[in-house]
Write a protein that binds this ligand. Sequence first.
Ligand code: SF4
Length: 502
Amino acid sequence: MTLFIDGHTYHYEMECLCRMFFFYQKIEVVHAQAPSGENYVYTGAARTEETTRLSVQVRLDERVHDEQAQVQNAREDYDSFCEKELARMVYRILSKLTGTHLGWGILTGIRPVRLVHSFWEQGKDDREIQQIFQRDYYASPQKTQLAITTAYQEKQIISRSGRDSFSLYVSIPFCPSRCRYCSFVSHSVEKTKKLMEPYVDHLCRELRLVADQVKQLGLRLETVYFGGGTPTTLTAQQLERLFDTIKEQFDLSHLQEYTVEAGRPDTITPEKLQAIKAAGITRISINPQTLSDSVLQEIGRRHTTQQTLEAFALARKMGFDNINMDLIAGLPGDTYESFVQTIEGVLKLDPENVTLHTLSVKRAADLARQPDWVYRQQHETVAAMLEYAYQRFEEQGLRPYYLYRQKNTMGNMENVGFCKPGKEGLYNVYIMDETHSILAVGAGGVTKLRQPGGTYLQRIFNFKYPYEYLSRFDDILTRKGQVPEFYERYKDDSDRPGGGDQ
Ligand code: SF4
């Protein structure tokens, strides 16, 4: 598929949109005044003194469709209008030619909920927002409602964060084995076992440095999140050392949430859960992804459904009353029927949180290689899977509280966190919304500093891989020097660029 760009600068938006229809194909972007070749999408803008003529022509399997529109150059929103109008024209034609309707329409960004927040800030009410989503972005009524409902939950969580708030992220980039669809920087334990003890030593050192910094800066710790990877690949003793370091070094008196993503059920043992419980962790994740053993095998997760059920029962027995379960829709080998069984099996366990992701097909190479009709079938299956799950979650009293989209997901669907009232995963919202600074420790950790009272963001990257993290640890400590510098720069400051209330 060739995407022609002629006389405008909206190539990124156009490419994202085309990719949503043809993610399984290579899209070649060509700047040219006229289209040519077999299959193409041509997008053009020809500006004269007073008006601009927008045109789109699509040729697909020997069928050709086109549309034109005229835009007044004097429009205040000229640029964004032209971009959206071209996108709408492309969408209408591709939708007609392929028979595919996208739930999020021409919305290509990862945060539809943020759009709701910004419309609220402009004084628009929910009815107007619904109209805009459906009329201007071609989003479906269901997705629009999902974005608005989620935005209400998020708003409450965001309001709990103050000017000096921050969250702490502890990265444990080890896993028992690597899942086939994984895009994280995780290392299988078999290969890296000997790195784990020194890794914990270095993490404790980094935690101490960060704790000193936040003490001096007077920052308030709101949430702690152990993620990865699979934090429970560490031994109970190693976990205890990390928990103790955090307890000794940080002021936890304002802490609203403490999460350990136990993750893979095959790593959960009574000793580790005991260590987690004793440290006062309030929320854990046990992530089955699916309750179908054949799908688990297909995706390279070396655990069984039985292990998930046992790990969950054990956690409940030990008194954990806020458990999240991660699931994925669209996994290779999964069918609508087996997905329904997964949902029903999970609901029977009655977890407080369920996070439902849609598979990102970038990594599922076998799916991406399949022909057009298979993709369309998968697209429809994933849409039906989500519809079923959302309906059942609602019936079970689980409501959406955070939502984001990734590129190249099956059916261009979303990832949504659902929970029982009062059991929201706060960290998930803070990181996604960029509400306050996230100080990250460990390999692959990305510290995101947010200007207090403002919107400016600065990132500090730790080295990705554990061996690099260990061998270049001093470089990391040096980089972390940017944390106090950042806060010093933005001290008492709300009128610099990007300053002011959000
Ligand atoms: S458990 Fe998660 S982080 Fe680890 S390999 Fe599987 S998908 Fe990746």
